[in-house]
Every structure is written in structure tokens, then in C-alpha cells.
Design a protein around this ligand. Structure first.
Ligand code: FAD
Ligand code: SF4
Length: 327
């Protein structure tokens, strides 16, 4: 492991001052970053521990919720308001990793965890994300877990987070603080598609600190859910996952939110499916039409064609369950 200095930031201003120097990294629970440092994929010379900051989950006037970036994943999943008003988020978090990892992992670190593409971790392989311009071994290699939407010839990796998929469906925004000041962006805009620069994974400026996420008030999110399909029933990343919320009135879909995981380089908001459904009838035919619209541009690799049908069936099943609950 490359030698590094470690310090705990007393407040966000100090964190940003230290975090904006070249080769500095913020340290959350360390459950991803420390592994990457051991593998020498990440080689920071300065670690700024931010686990002492942004610990609150606050009720906002008007009914939203602000969750500090330093809140542990378990604390988010178990929070009474999250469980009752945004159950998709609670379910997504507990479907990920293990209880021990969720106890350590922070909200900020979960948002910025890096892909689980095996070639990214393999020093002997070619990976544009690890070494820009070197090529992508997954294109012709083992790509069963890889992307079917939004990929590029430079990278076909998927974003691994479950939590982010629920947050994207729930219209979350991200609070940021950097040397240029503070800003808020929709979570849908945080993660990038790979394009020809897969090593640039987010729109964050160098050293920009995530301070919180915010969930807007959304009464029908109380009937939201998350379903994760994976090879094992625990301790496995999603092959496909679906977060959704459905509002039904007089037999019609008044509003809907859908996001997909395990299919793209970022948590995938299923806007096309939502458009097909909004204002229309409830039922399996409508749900299938929505899934087909969303997946019309899906492009399989050699080993992952099954994901298209799996995503289609999972979208239909999740919407069907929600419709059953809300009808
Ligand atoms: C065995 C195993 C299985 C797992 N399975 C799953 C799974 O099924 N589903 C799933 O979703 N996840 C899974 N994970 C990943 C896990 O959720 C992440 O490792 C965790 O969420 C990262 O959070 P952390 O606080 O430990 O981040 P860290 O490792 O501390 O940091 C991750 C990245 O975020 C940056 N960072 C941290 N905090 C901030 C901040 N406030 N502002 C800006 N940058 C910040 C760090 O610099 C680093 O680049 C698994 C992990 C392991 C080890
Ligand atoms: S898919 Fe992306 S992360 Fe995986 S080898 Fe290719 S460039 Fe690297």
C-alpha cells in the first residue's frame, strides 16, 4: 500500500481545505476505499476522515428529509421516517452487502463506491477506468454482470449501489461543498455515463465533499419498494434491481417513479417507462409496454442478454405488486 497521512476533519470547511489538495481522498467507512488502496487501484497520499461530520437525519419543513453524508447505512435503513415514508430506500440498503458492512458504510461513501467489474480489480487486465486509453477486457471477456443500457465501447461496467437506485427513484438531491462554495444537484445528475472517459465517474469537482442527500416530500413514496435479483440471496450485487413508487387514482396511474440497478454505469432512472404509464390504465399490459419502452435501446454483450428479459420481468412484477397494494 502506498504510504499516506491520515487526519480527522473537525468540520466541513476544514475537510474541504484538506480534501482539495491533489491526491487527497475523503474517508467514510472505508469499506470500498481501503480495499482499493490495498489493491493499489487508488493511491491517495492523504486521507481526510469525514465520519465525524454530517451525522443528522433531519425532518424538513414541508415533509422532506435531509440525511447527512456521514450517517451510516444501517442508521438510514432503520430510521422510522425512512421506513414509513420511503420504504424503497430502507429495503434497498438492507439488500446490500452485510450487516457489518452496512454498520460501517456511510451515505457519502455509498454514493461514490466504485464498480465491481472484475477487470477493474485485476492489475493484469486492461481497463480504461483504471488506466485510461488501455482498453476494456470486459468487452470480449466475462461480461455477465455488465451493462445493457448507456454503455460505450470504452466501458461496459455497472454502478454497484443498491441505495442509489432507490434514491434516484425517490427524486433525491445531493448537497455538495467545495472550494467554490455549496451547491445542490439532482442525484440523477451526479453519476456520469462512461462515454470515452469512464475514469470520470461523477460531475464532482476535485475535492468536492458530499455533505447530505435530501428526499423531497412525496406522499405516494410511502408505497414504494425495491426488488433486487441476484445470484445468491445475500452478499451479492444486483444482476438487475428495480425501485418503484406508484400512485393510483380511479383505476389510473396518477404518478409513478421507476429506477433500475445493475444495468448501467449509473443508477438508471426509467423516465421512458414512467412516461408510458403516467395517466394511463393500471395492469399487466401497461406495465409490459412501459418495460418494453424503457428497454428498447438495451444492447446486450456476449454473456448478459438475459438481463433484458430479467429487467422486463422484474419491472412488471414490481409494478404489479405495488398496484396490488394500492388498488
Ligand atoms: C463484500 C462487500 C459486499 C458489498 N455488497 C454490496 C451490495 O450488495 N450492494 C451495495 O450497494 N453495496 C455493496 N457493497 C459496497 C458498500 O455498500 C460500499 O463499500 C459502501 O457503501 C461504501 O461506503 P463507505 O462509507 O465505506 O465508503 P468509503 O470506502 O470510505 O469511500 C468510498 C468512496 O467515497 C468517497 N467518499 C466517502 N465519503 C465522501 C463524502 N462525504 N464526500 C465525497 N466523497 C466521499 C471516498 O473518498 C471513496 O472514494 C459491498 C461491499 C463489500 C466490501
Ligand atoms: S467495463 Fe469498465 S471497469 Fe470493466 S474493464 Fe472495461 S473499462 Fe474497466
Amino acid at each position: 500500500m502506498t504510504p499516506f497521512t491520515y487526519s480527522r476533519a473537525a468540520d466541513t470547511a476544514e475537510a474541504v481545505r484538506r480534501g482539495t489538495i491533489p491526491q487527497a481522498r475523503y474517508l467514510g467507512g472505508g469499506t470500498n476505499l481501503v480495499d482499493l488502496m490495498r489493491e493499489e487501484i487508488e493511491r491517495p497520499d492523504t486521507l481526510v476522515d469525514v465520519t465525524g461530520l454530517s451525522h443528522e437525519i433531519e425532518e424538513l419543513p414541508g415533509g422532506g428529509l435531509r440525511i447527512g453524508a456521514g450517517v451510516r447505512n444501517t442508521a438510514v435503513a432503520e430510521h422510522r421516517s425512512v421506513r414509513s415514508r420511503y420504504p424503497a430506500l430502507s429495503r434497498a440498503i438492507v439488500s446490500g452487502a452485510s450487516a457489518q458492512i452496512r454498520n460501517m458504510a456511510t451515505v457519502g461513501g455509498n454514493l461514490l463506491q466504485r464498480t465491481r467489474c472484475a477487470y477493474f480489480y485485476d492489475e493484469a487486465g486492461q481497463c480504461n477506468k483504471r488506466s485510461p486509453g488501455k482498453g476494456c477486457d470486459a468487452l470480449e471477456g466475462f461480461n455477465r454482470n455488465h451493462a445493457i443500457l448507456g454503455a460505450s465501447p470504452a466501458c461496459v461496467a455497472v454502478h454497484p449501489s443498491d441505495m442509489c437506485v432507490a434514491l434516484v427513484a425517490l427524486d433525491a438531491s445531493v448537497h455538495l461543498r467545495g472550494s467554490a462554495g455549496v451547491r445542490h444537484i439532482p442525484l440523477t445528475e451526479l453519476h456520469r455515463l462512461p462515454g470515452d472517459q469512464p475514469h470520470v465517474e461523477t460531475v464532482l469537482d476535485p475535492g468536492e465533499l458530499i455533505t447530505a442527500i435530501e428526499l423531497p416530500p412525496q406522499p405516494f413514496a410511502a408505497r414504494s419498494t425495491y426488488r433486487k435479483v441476484r445470484d445468491r440471496s445475500s452478499y451479492a450485487f444486483a444482476l438487475v434491481s428495480v425501485a418503484a413508487a406508484l400512485q393510483i387514482e380511479d383505476g389510473h396511474i396518477r404518478d409513478v417513479r421507476i429506477a433500475l440497478g445493475g444495468v448501467a454505469h449509473r443508477p438508471w432512472r426509467a423516465s421512458r417507462a414512467e412516461e408510458v404509464l403516467r395517466g394511463g390504465p393500471v395492469g399487466a399490459i401497461a406495465f409490459a409496454a412501459a418495460a418494453d419502452a424503457e428497454l428498447a435501446d438495451a444492447r446486450p454483450l456476449s454473456d448478459n442478454g438475459f438481463k433484458i428479459e430479467l429487467a422486463r420481468r422484474t419491472i412488471i412484477a414490481v409494478l404489479g405488486n405495488l398496484a396490488g397494494e394500492t388498488a
